[in-house]
Each structure stands twice: as structure tokens, then as C-alpha cells.
Design a protein around this ligand. Structure first.
Ligand code: COI
Length: 330
């Protein structure tokens, strides 16, 4: 199989592509840039394409189809950056990847702990040698009721780990799972909003759940609720979140993702203005932690992302294996 890789990160992904392509007998080439109309025909002569989180629109998919590409794989779990309607219409198979959920689950709990214990504020004050106590009192995660919305692999792992902290656990999912029922009580959203001290989001981004955390949902939550998002930015209406932070409705937020992060996250903006006013405002709150979509970012995850992207393409390119492809999402 011949694979063309877009957005290849030389500093961490390259060594895994070298290693896995050799082990799996795959020939690959790459460019460091995201797919655009300028570079979309680089794939001519290749069987498959691997991308990251940058948009893949109809124009690009059409060009790849014409150039003989048999499958597009994204080296991410989420595939909301790919125009799925266009891919379907073109009969272009799309694959995602899996990687161990523990990395994101650990990071989520780290954000919960940091919010509960006001760690950013404590560190900022300590850096200027303010070692006083006023304003630094926290709450204990173990005494919190935590609500997990979305109980797929990551949400379930967060629950598993939180069990060890002794938290009371509530969950919501359109498709409840028996494994989760052993650890948490499934409730409706109204109950989860009303009863939880901490609410953490773990669902994919879809047309149906766009801005699911909006003014109305926030109004149903406890005063001082802690909101954690390591899933996708557009699950939360940023403007409503900022208003709720200003009013004190939200006591703290841990945000690894943000609306309209494309073009911003993973780029160096030192000394440059950011084209995302909500992010600038959110960064200014002492009780908001903003990280640039790094919850996934572990050596274990990157290894799996590369390997599984190659494997997803291989299944699809070899006709006898297409039926068995565990990575095909479309
Ligand atoms: C995913 O795998 O869907 C992620 O959120 C991580 C990605 C942005 C690299």
C-alpha cells in the first residue's frame, strides 16, 4: 500500500511513521502542511491518505477520489473536521483511530483537581512569593457529585478512575451501557445538571449536540458548578459560558477545547493577536484553565494514532479485509 500523510509532525509522529510503515510493509510519503487546494493533488499515485484535525472539504475529497485514493483516515478519534456528507456521496471510506482512553481520562481528572483546588491561582501567587491563604481555599473532589455526559470509552474510563476517589457518580448517555451502571447512576440531563458539583463532557460533536451547554442548560446547574470539557469546543456556547462565569453560576472551568480553535491551536502565536475573542476573555478569568487541546497528547496515544491510521487504510485498500475494518466510521 502507498500512503500519503498530511500535517506530519516531524518532532513526534515521524519516528512512529518510519517504524510502523516498515513493520507493516507500507510505503509512505508526506507533507508537513494540511491538505489544501494547492497541495491536494500530491496524492496522485497513492492508495490512501492520512490527515489530522484540519478541514477536509468536498473539493479536496473530490480531487482525491479522481486521483484514485481509496480511503481517508484521520489520526484522531473525532472526525467532525471531515465533510462526511461529501465523503458518503463520493463513496469514499473514512476511518478514524482509537488510542488508549486513559490519557484523556487522566487529564480530565487533573483538570477537575486543579479546578477544585484553585491550583492555577495558587501557582500564580506563589510565583510572586505570595504565600498567604486568603482566596485559596478549595473543595475536595472526593466529596463532589460528578456528572459525566457521554459514556463511551473515555467517559467510562473517567468514571472508573473517579470511583477510586470516592465521588458520587452520575451519568448521561443516549445509549446507556451495563458496565457504566456498575459504577454510576444513569439519570436524565435535568437531574444531572441539578445535582452535580462537577460536569464533564465526553461526547463527539454532532449537529444535534451543537451548543448543548447553552444559557438554558447552565441555568439548571448548581451555583458554582465546575465545568470540564476535553471533548469538542462547540458543545459549549462560549458566550453563555462567559456570562455564567461572570455571574458566578460557573465556579470554575477546565477547558482543553474551545469553539473555533482551528487555525489557533498547535500554532505559535507568541506576540501575535489571536483571532478568537472568547478565548482571550476566558484566559483572563483566574478560575478558568485553558489548555490547547493537549489532553490526548501522550507518547502512547501518538504511537497508536499513527499505527491505527496505517492499519485502517490497509484494511480498506485490501479488498478481502474491508468488511473487517474496525476503524471505518463511514
Ligand atoms: C481526537 O483524537 O479526536 C482528539 O481530540 C485529539 C486530536 C485533536 C489530535
Amino acid at each position: 500500500m502507498k500512503l500519503f500523510v498530511y500535517s506530519l509532525r516531524m518532532f513526534d509522529e515521524k519516528k512512529y511513521f518510519d517504524e510502523w510503515s516498515e513493520k507493516l510493509g507500507v510505503e509512505y510519503s508526506y507533507c508537513k502542511e494540511r491538505p489544501t487546494s494547492d497541495n491536494m493533488h500530491l496524492v496522485k499515485g497513492y492508495d490512501a491518505v492520512s490527515v489530522l484535525t484540519t478541514p477536509v472539504d468536498e473539493e479536496i475529497l473530490k480531487a482525491w477520489k479522481e486521483d484514485g485514493i481509496k480511503v481517508v483516515s484521520t489520526r484522531t478519534v473525532g472526525f467532525d473536521h471531515i465533510d462526511c456528507k461529501a465523503a458518503k456521496a463520493l463513496s469514499m471510506p473514512v476511518c478514524n483511530v482509537t488510542y488508549p482512553p486513559k490519557g484523556v481520562a487522566n487529564y480530565t481528572i487533573m483538570l477537575m483537581l486543579m479546578c477544585c483546588r484553585k491550583v492555577v491561582h495558587i501557582l500564580e501567587r506563589a510565583a510572586i512569593q505570595d504565600f498567604t491563604l486568603p482566596g485559596k481555599i478549595g473543595v475536595e473532589l472526593s466529596n463532589c457529585t460528578v456528572g459525566i455526559i457521554g459514556t463511551g470509552k473515555i467517559g467510562r474510563t473517567v468514571l472508573e478512575h473517579l470511583k477510586g476517589f470516592g465521588c458520587k457518580l452520575l451519568a448521561y448517555d443516549l445509549y446507556p451501557s451495563d458496565a457504566v451502571k456498575e459504577m454510576a447512576e444513569y439519570v436524565d440531563l435535568e437531574t444531572l445538571y441539578r445535582e452535580c458539583d462537577i460536569i464533564s463532557l465526553h461526547m463527539p460533536s454532532t449537529d444535534e449536540n451543537f451548543h448543548m451547554i447553552n444559557e438554558n442548560a447552565l441555568s439548571k446547574m448548581k451555583d458554582g458548578v465546575i465545568l470540564i470539557n476535553t471533548a469538542r469546543g462547540n458543545l459549549i456556547d462560549s458566550k453563555a459560558m462567559i456570562a455564567a462565569l461572570k455571574s458566578g453560576k460557573i465556579g470554575a472551568a477546565g477547558l482543553d477545547v474551545i469553539e473555533d480553535e482551528f487555525g489557533l491551536y498547535y500554532y505559535d502565536y507568541i506576540g501575535k493577536p489571536m483571532n478568537n475573542e472568547e478565548l482571550a476573555v476566558l484566559k483572563s478569568f483566574p478560575n478558568v484553565i485553558v489548555t490547547p487541546h493537549t489532553a490526548f497528547y501522550t507518547v502512547e496515544a501518538v504511537d497508536h494514532m499513527v499505527k491505527n491510521s496505517i492499519l485502517g487504510c490497509m484494511y480498506e485498500v485490501e479488498p478481502q479485509n474491508q468488511e473487517k475494518n474496525p476503524f471505518r466510521v463511514l
